[in-house]
Write a protein that binds this ligand. Structure first.
Ligand code: QAP
Ligand code: CO
Length: 178
C-alpha cells in the first residue's frame, strides 16, 4: 500500500474528466486500496480518482466513525434525486475551506463493484451529499464552482500561497489501466 499525492485547487488537473473503467483487475484493486489509505491518512470521508491525478471513474467513501466501512464505487451514476438540501462541504483538494452547497438529500444510484458486478443503492443525507460531491470530481467539477467567483479566487490565492511557502505536502503518481 502507498499514499498518493492529492492535487490541490486551482490545479488544472482537477478539471480532467474521469473515463469509464472496463478492466477489473488487481491493478484496480491496488489503486482503490491506495486511495482508501490516502483518504484515511488525510481524515477524509470521500476521495475521487481525479483528485490523485487518475482520470478514471472510481471513488472511495467511508462516512463511518469507526473508519472501517469503505465503499468503492466504479462508474457511479445517479439515476434519481429528490429533496434539495444545503450542506457545508469541504474537500481534500481545497484544504481548510468550507462552504454551503445546494445538493439533493435523497438519491438512487448505480455503480460497479471492484469485481465489475453491477450494483445499485440509495442514499440520504451525508452519504448522498458525499456521492454527489465525488461524482462531480469525475466530471472535473469542484464544490467551489458553486460559490461566487470572488470567493473562489480568494481561496485559490490562499492555497497557492500556502503551497509556495511549503505548508502543503505533495507526492507522486501511480500507473493505472482503464
Ligand atoms: C466531500 O470531503 C464531502 O479541508 C469529502 O483540512 C465533504 O473528505 C462530502 C478534509 C462534506 C460531504 C460533506 C477537508 C480533510 C476532508 C479539509 C472530505 C481538511 C481535512 C474533506
Ligand atoms: Co472533494
Amino acid at each position: 500500500m502507498a499514499l498518493l499525492d492529492i492535487l490541490h485547487f486551482p490545479d488544472n488537473r482537477l478539471r480532467q474528466k474521469g473515463e469509464d473503467i472496463s478492466i477489473f483487475d488487481d491493478n484496480l484493486k491496488k489503486i482503490s486500496g491506495n486511495m482508501l489509505e490516502t483518504m484515511y491518512a488525510s481524515k477524509g470521508i470521500g476521495l475521487a480518482a481525479v483528485q490523485v491525478n487518475l482520470p478514471i471513474r472510481l471513488i472511495v467513501i467511508d462516512i463511518s466513525e469507526s473508519r472501517d466501512k469503505p465503499l468503492f464505487l466504479v462508474n457511479p451514476v445517479i439515476v434519481d434525486k429528490k429533496d434539495k438540501i444545503t450542506f457545508e462541504e469541504g474537500c481534500l483538494s481545497v484544504p481548510g475551506f468550507y462552504e454551503q452547497v445546494e445538493r439533493y438529500n435523497n438519491i438512487s444510484f448505480t455503480y460497479k463493484n471492484l469485481d465489475g458486478e453491477s450494483q445499485n443503492g440509495t442514499a440520504q443525507g451525508l452519504l448522498a451529499v458525499c456521492i454527489q460531491h465525488e461524482i462531480d470530481h469525475l466530471d472535473g467539477k469542484l464544490f467551489v464552482d458553486y460559490i461566487s467567483n470572488i470567493k473562489r479566487d480568494r481561496i485559490a490565492k490562499k492555497i497557492k500561497k500556502a503551497q509556495s511557502t511549503g505548508s502543503v505536502p505533495t507526492r507522486k503518481d501511480v500507473p493505472y489501466n482503464i
